[in-house]
Design a protein around this ligand. Structure first.
Ligand code: C5P
Length: 205
């Protein structure tokens, strides 16, 4: 069974993906980390604006070396959405994602284009969302708890900018797949959101 989970930043999709993966004992890939890792490589080279350099970084990405802790910063979220708008970067990351999804038994993948582009035939598709204010509050708490010097207003501005960039881009924009179930987590705590996600998956498998 493939479970495809998409949605905007800090919608709760990552938490739900992790919990669904644990529940069904499936491997999980947070595809945002791929774009974050490409962005980190480009920033280290001082070449975020260099499209061929970002494609080269994407081609050489090694899943086993990704460090989620180091990659989940506000600055890399922003830089990731810049490299993620490039067709060549997305193309270079396709094969790796397809191979992950093709594991025997299935997999859980979360991102922006899993149900639409990466795994259009996934058995269960969720589109997880929440209001920008709720998402900013969640992301602010998460970043602040890790000691990032950041304000709520800056996080909200970043989320709005990323929503706009991810939704407006020409290649694999953030859109809900026609056959995805919409899950708005604005009013839900984690146990309630997980129960709702589980009910959706159970109804589809
Ligand atoms: O989900 P996360 O915040 O880690 O994603 C960082 C950025 O990577 C997103 O803003 C988006 O631009 C990009 N991304 C994407 N497609 C995915 C996952 C992430 O374009 N499947």
């Amino acid at each position: 069974m493939i479970i495809a989970i998409d949605g905007p930043a800090a919608s709760g999709k990552g938490t739900l993906a992790r919990r669904l993966a644990a529940h069904y004992a499936l491997p999980h890939l947070d595809t945002g980390l791929l774009y974050r890792a490409v962005a980190a490589r480009c920033l280290a080279l001082g070449r975020l604006d260099d499209a061929p350099a970002s494609e080269e970084a994407a081609r050489h990405l090694d899943l086993s070396t990704l460090d989620p802790e180091a990659l989940r910063t506000a600055a890399l979220g922003e830089a990731a959405s810049v490299v993620a708008a490039r067709q060549g970067v997305r193309a270079a990351l396709l094969d790796l994602q397809h191979r992950f999804a093709a594991q025997p038994g299935g997999a859980v993948l979360d991102g922006r284009d899993i149900g639409t582009v990466i795994c259009p035939r996934a058995e269960a598709k969720l589109f997880v969302t929440a209001t920008p204010e709720v998402r900013a509050e969640r992301r602010y708490r998460e970043l602040a708890s890790r000691g990032e010097p950041i304000t709520y207003d800056a996080v909200l501005a970043d989320i709005r900018k990323r929503d706009e960039r991810d939704s407006a881009r020409a290649t694999a924009p953030l859109v809900m797949a026609e056959d995805a179930a919409l899950l708005d987590t604005s009013q839900l705590d984690i146990p309630a959101a997980f129960a709702a996600a589980l009910a959706i998956v159970e109804a589809r498998r």
